[in-house]
Design a protein around this ligand. Structure first.
Ligand SMILES: Cc1ncc(COP(=O)(O)O)c(C=O)c1O
Length: 421
């Protein structure tokens, strides 16, 4: 049975969505009671004075372990192959610096990204220009990143290929396995920012062979605002020393966890000699330890909730709502830009529920997005105009809490707005 049968239960998690038609998961998830209850549970335990129930330092919290397990289930990874980040840009900075720490960035190296990259991808890599690293931008062809263009951009001086698994504005989604095979053939690594995919579409890091995957928590993941994950492919870990050294993350051997990792109680405790620099042989070695414990509790609850619904069922429902929306928009004469089916020769023509369309003109798109917010009785939240690399339109992003009825109302309103344009 699909998620339609659980619609009331799902909508009950988001108490604010009855006051509007919310079609903006790509911006951020609506307020969630699952997250709220978990965060409050954390704080209530603290208030009662029970600091021992994992509500203390995020580093030592058993929630961290549980949270990694839930995240791992969603991307088909092992729990140890994940560390936490506070948001995507932190993960991207870490990847750039881990690579440079182990094999210094040098003049003549290059990083390949695309003109569809989210600004934090581009901005983070801009730092490398100061070292003479070339940032190679693959241009889109009507939103598509063509295989031959990517192949031409990647060469033996490419150290890193950066992609955003699903494009922020258009919804175009990569076949990441194909990108990884192009990069790996040339000896380059791939970092995949999957914040616009995780929680909407099944991700399988093992099948894809991706080297680094980073995601935040607050969009399709329905999590709290300041958490996220960084996955690192296990085979890479031993060869990559962290750029951010965390004294708590050194490997003290089997069974040594929690406060025992931190031997302050030992008489011979020494700020240098007690912390031999041997890191775990997995992504734990990169743990920056910056996620606040209450956010971790909320993040864990959100991921557990998604897993309880089933990632395949979520994908089916989100994809179905996206298709329904595309159909409705076409019927009223809009130009739907997100592809229906994967296309030969393009690397990013998969999709889920993030849909881009145009009314036919930039002005019409802007006016439509404004009119949605001002719709009488129930405003429509979420639709917004996005442009990247000259390719753009209106972005709409229904998620599992939306109904076909809401999409009908949205399309009908767009039709009325178009008549007034
Ligand atoms: C593709 C993509 N990456 C990253 C982000 C946000 O990154 P951060 O959480 O670091 O601000 C967004 C936000 O819209 C996004 O769409």
């Amino acid at each position: 049975m699909g998620l339609e049968s659980k619609l009331d239960e799902i909508r009950g998690v988001f108490p604010h969505i009855d006051g509007m038609i919310y079609l903006g998961a790509a911006g951020s998830a609506p307020f969630s009671l699952v997250v709220y209850d978990a965060v409050m549970d954390c704080w209530n335990r603290r208030r009662r004075g029970s600091d021992l129930e994992g509500t203390g330092h995020a580093w030592f919290s058993e929630k961290a372990v549980q949270c990694r397990e839930e995240a791992a289930r969603l991307i088909n990874a092992d729990a140890d192959d994940i560390c936490f980040v506070s948001r995507v840009v932190q993960g991207l900075n870490m990847v750039r610096d881990i690579i440079g720490h182990n094999d210094p960035w040098a003049k003549g190296d290059n990083v390949v990204l695309t003109d569809q990259a989210y600004p934090s991808t581009g901005h983070t890599m801009l730092a490398l220009r100061r070292m003479g690293v070339e940032l190679r931008k693959v241009g889109n062809v009507n939103g598509r990143i063509m295989r031959e263009d990517m192949e031409a951009a990647v060469d033996d001086r490419t150290k890193l290929v950066c992609i955003n698994r699903t494009s922020v504005g258009s919804g175009f989604t990569y076949d990441v396995e194909a990108v990884c095979s192009i990069a790996h053939e040339a000896g380059a690594l791939v970092v995949d920012d999957a914040i616009q995919t995780l929680g909407a579409k099944v991700i399988d890091v093992k099948r894809d062979g991706v080297d680094f995957l980073v995601s935040g928590s607050y969009k399709w993941q329905c999590g709290p605002p300041e958490a996220g994950i960084l996955y690192v492919r296990r085979e890479l870990c031993e060869g990559l020393e962290p750029a951010f050294w965390s004294y708590i993350n050194v490997d003290r051997g089997p069974g040594v966890t929690g406060m025992d990792m931190f031997p302050f109680g030992a008489q011979d405790h020494d700020p240098l000699e007690s912390y031999p620099a041997s890191f775990p042989g997995n992504a734990q070695r990169f743990e920056p330890g910056t996620t606040a414990t209450d956010q971790l509790w909320g993040w864990h609850a959100a991921l557990r909730w998604l897993n309880s619904l089933g990632k395949e069922k979520i994908e089916e429902r989100v994809h179905g709502l996206g298709g329904y929306l595309m159909e409705g928009l076409r019927e009223i004469g809009c130009d739907v830009k997100t592809p229906d089916d994967p296309e030969e020769g393009a690397l990013n023509t998969l999709r889920h529920g993030l849909i881009m369309y145009s009314t036919g003109s930039y002005e019409g798109d802007q006016a439509s997005a404004r009119a949605m917010r001002a719709r009488p009785l129930k405003p429509i939240g979420g639709p917004t105009v996005k442009y990247q690399g000259g390719f753009g339109g209106i972005r709409v992003s229904p998620h599992i809490y939306n109904t076909e009825g809401e999409i009908d109302a949205f399309v009908e309103y767009q039709k009325q707005v178009m008549k007034r344009l």
